[in-house]
Design a protein around this ligand. Structure first.
Ligand code: NAI
Length: 387
């Protein structure tokens, strides 16, 4: 059976990476962008990424040439004629995405899978515009797509089961780790990861510790590769703040996901992080690097509070059938490099211990953001574990 031709729309950060992944898996790829400059930038970034792989001897120069030769760069969406799978990675705007999907149906055959890489829009809101919504699905890659192994697959309310199976087998064949998520805000990773940022900022706002100390505590006691403030500066506070804000709105303002003024002010000041030279930290050449207060008791307290909040999110996602136990743990280790799956971590720490931390916080603050998941309470009562 010959491999399907794959179309990718949007040659930005995500689209260029996804096109490279598909071409590396030997598909012929058409990468479309409405703007010629963006198309050139996309091509440059693929070239740069392939060059790096050749330098590191991951692939040969011949393989790199072959990958690039399999990608056609086009401005016109009509070039997508003949594709069997299309992945859209354009601007995060529902109206623009809907217009594009409606247009796509008049170009491709009836059995072409239409996918969106959206991070924050519901998949069904995009599918609903289509004549054949059953072939529309979410395929959510992580940045950089050519490096990060995780892909979340999101069947919408209207997606045909066979489409999910077909999509899964294609993305699995690209060497990616796929997990299946319900079409709910943030899917798996962006939902469960919220307290890593939100609770860290909250601790800072209360004056419990400074950025460097909170970052140190999460690396020292949790073995996270980066602390929350380092990571937000790396992702960009513009992106991280917008994701937080969108998730809060889409959860009908559940206080658990409330954004913070600290990050909003940083966003307003355009202190986006590394890319602007300043975020929580100052990245200018002569900046003084702040040193953490390496107090064991303080550090452990910070870690306990943030990890309990993360575990609670993971348990609640399982409780609400957002994904399976294994997919939840796989998603956090492969999508955001957590050192351990959160449900496994919960077992190791003891569910009673996690519940105590949350109940103490809830009684101290009286805030709904600390409410323990009903599943956590139930499991403690029944003496159960996740594994
Ligand atoms: P980007 O801004 O880097 O790229 C978007 C590209 O789409 C631009 O090159 C733009 O010229 C093009 N474009 C805009 N409207 C178009 C249209 N109507 N037709 C054709 N091309 C059009 O954006 P990025 O970061 O690559 O995000 C793309 C999508 O992927 C968004 O839906 C975003 O939510 C999602 N996403 C982003 C991640 C990230 O970390 N940046 C991670 C996972 C998903």
């Amino acid at each position: 059976m010959s491999l399907l031709k794959v179309g990718v729309i949007g040659a930005g950060t995500m689209g260029s990476g996804i096109a490279q992944v598909a071409a590396t898996a030997e598909h012929f790829v058409v990468l479309v962008d409405a703007f010629p400059d963006a198309l050139n930038k996309g091509k440059d970034s693929i070239l740069k990424s392939l060059k790096k792989q050749v330098e590191k001897a991951v692939i040969t120069q011949e393989t790199s040439d072959a990958i690039l030769n399999r990608i056609e760069f086009a401005e016109d969406v009509n070039s997508l004629f003949g594709c069997g799978l299309i992945i859209e990675a354009i601007i995060e705007n529902i109206g623009v995405k809907q217009t594009l999907f409606a247009q796509l149906e008049s170009i491709v055959a009836d059995d072409c899978i239409l996918a969106t890489n959206t991070s924050s829009l519901s998949v069904v809101s995009i599918a609903s515009i289509c004549k054949k919504p059953e072939r529309v699905i979410g395929i959510h890659f992580f940045n950089p797509a050519q490096v990060m192994p995780l892909v979340e697959l999101i069947p919408a309310l209207t997606t045909d089961e066979s489409m999910l199976h077909q999509t899964k087998s294609i993305i699995d064949s690209w060497g990616k780790k796929t997990v299946i998520a319900k079409d709910t805000p943030g899917f798996i990773v962006n939902r469960i990861a919220r307290p890593f940022y939100g609770e860290a900022i909250r601790l800072y706002e209360e004056g419990a510790a400074d950025f460097a100390t909170i970052d140190w505590a999460m690396k020292e006691f949790g073995k996270f590769r980066m602390g929350p403030f380092e990571l937000m500066d790396f992702i960009g506070n513009d992106i991280n703040f917008k994701v937080t804000e969108t998730i809060f709105e889409q959860f009908f303002y559940d206080p658990r996901y409330k954004p913070s003024f600290t990050q909003k002010r940083l966003y307003e000041a355009k202190r986006f992080g590394r890319k602007t030279g300043r975020g929580y930290y100052d990245y200018s050449p002569n900046a003084i690097v702040p040193q953490p207060v390496m107090d064991k008791e303080l550090g452990e307290g910070i870690f306990q509070r943030i990890i309990a909040m993360l575990i609670n999110e993971a348990i609640d996602a399982l409780f609400l059938n957002i994904a399976t136990r294994d997919d939840i743990d796989l998603a956090m280790t492969k999508g955001v490099n957590y050192p351990k799956g959160l449900l496994r971590w919960a077992d190791e720490m003891g569910l009673q211990n996690v519940l105590n931390t949350l109940e103490n916080l809830q009684s101290e603050y009286g805030e709904d953001r600390y409410r323990p998941s009903a599943l956590l309470k139930r499991m403690v009562r029944e003496g159960k574990t996740f594994y």
